[in-house]
Ligand binder design. Structure first.
Ligand code: GLV
Ligand code: GLV
Length: 332
């Protein structure tokens, strides 16, 4: 009997091809009402529960994978593969309790995301969105000594919270801007940090000393709301926050107040709560807050690579092999 793989929404051809080439694999992708949308949770649960069931679930960061969903899938399910590096949308403990292997897509997006973070950082510091807006609105003001002035990136002190793969790639790029790079992390890793010229500091020091603060830690219970009113209060009034990790790391009400009251100078966000963030949200109305729609890994090549890896994780599980990109801390 072939292995049945449920892919929860439309999936790049690059990954689909690999799945289709694998013998004895049956791929099911729902085509209604619109597979370009995330599959509603209840539909996913119902599909997983229906006989004959599925051996593999290929999902996305828009899918909530919790104990209840896994129970509906029953014992036929053996592996869950997400086409994302982040796995905070999955209950990892619930998966390992049920002996499921778990795959994600690190590495292939590191450089693509790091490039984008530099883009958000520069755009925010140099007020590029505000500049674009005055031109489009036909209110390009006369040149003046302080017209459109922002903050320098070169020689800035940049604090990276979480020196993982992406943090390292950002630090490497910032070295080219002669930045002083500080990092904080649950783990100190001096040797690794030294290769990009990053210096370890306590989180409070990172907040106090940095001109630009970049959270790049995974979303966990410890990092949820890490950037709250207290944290913003410790930052420089001239500081810029660049968040391309997960929206939940920042307390958005506190961020709004900090930006509005000048506790910090500006923010550039690729991630928010909720996503999509409606234009009516108070953060969207702030001139010193640039928001883009969770697109840091969005290049054609990167998303194709991510799709291939998500497919390869499923294929490895099918062959009874170790997943090439297992979620850290999961055994298979
Ligand atoms: C993007 O946010 C990802 O986790 O891949
Ligand atoms: C996080 O997954 C990273 O690659 O830094």
């Amino acid at each position: 009997e072939p292995w049945r793989v449920l892919v929860t929404r439309s999936f790049p051809e690059a990954g689909l091809l690999l799945l289709r080439e694998e013998p004895n694999l049956e791929v099911v992708i729902p085509d209604e009402p619109d597979a370009s949308d995330a599959m509603p949770y209840d539909k996913m649960k119902k599909m997983l529960a229906e006989a004959p069931g599925y051996d593999a679930l290929l999902c996305f960061l828009t899918d909530k994978i919790d104990a209840e969903l896994l129970d509906s899938a029953g014992s036929r399910l053996k592996t869950v593969s997400t086409m994302s590096v982040g796995y905070n949308h999955m209950d990892v403990a619930a998966c390992t309790d049920r002996k499921l292997s778990l795959g994600h897509t690190p590495d292939v997006l590191t450089n693509t995301v790091a490039d984008f973070i530099l883009g958000v950082l520069i755009a925010t510091c140099r007020r590029i969105p505000a500049g674009v807006k005055v031109v489009k609105d036909d209110v390009w003001g006369k040149w003046a000594p302080l017209y459109m002035c922002g903050r320098d990136v070169h020689h800035a002190t940049v604090g990276i919270m979480g020196l993982g793969r992406i943090g390292m790639a950002v630090a490497k790029r910032l070295a080219g801007f002669d930045c002083e790079i500080l990092y904080s992390d649950a783990f100190r890793m001096d040797e690794r940090a030294a290769t990009v010229g990053a210096t370890y500091v306590e989180f409070d020091d990172l907040l106090a000393r940095s001109d630009i603060v970049i959270p790049l830690c995974p979303l966990t219970a410890e990092t949820t709301g890490l950037f709250d009113a207290t944290a913003f209060g410790k930052m420089k009034k001239t500081a810029v926050l660049v968040n391309c990790s997960r929206g939940e790391i920042v307390n958005q009400d506190a961020l709004y107040d900090a930006l509005k009251n000048g506790t910090i100078w500006a923010a550039g966000l690729d991630v928010t709560v909720p996503e999509p963030l409606p234009a009516s949200d108070k953060l969207v109305g702030l001139e010193n807050c640039m928001i883009v729609p969770h697109m840091a890994s969005a290049t054609v090549a990167c998303r194709e690579d991510m799709a291939r890896i998500a497919a390869r994780n499923v294929i490895a599980a099918h062959r009874g092999e170790k997943l090439p990109h297992a979620v850290p801390g999961t055994s298979k």
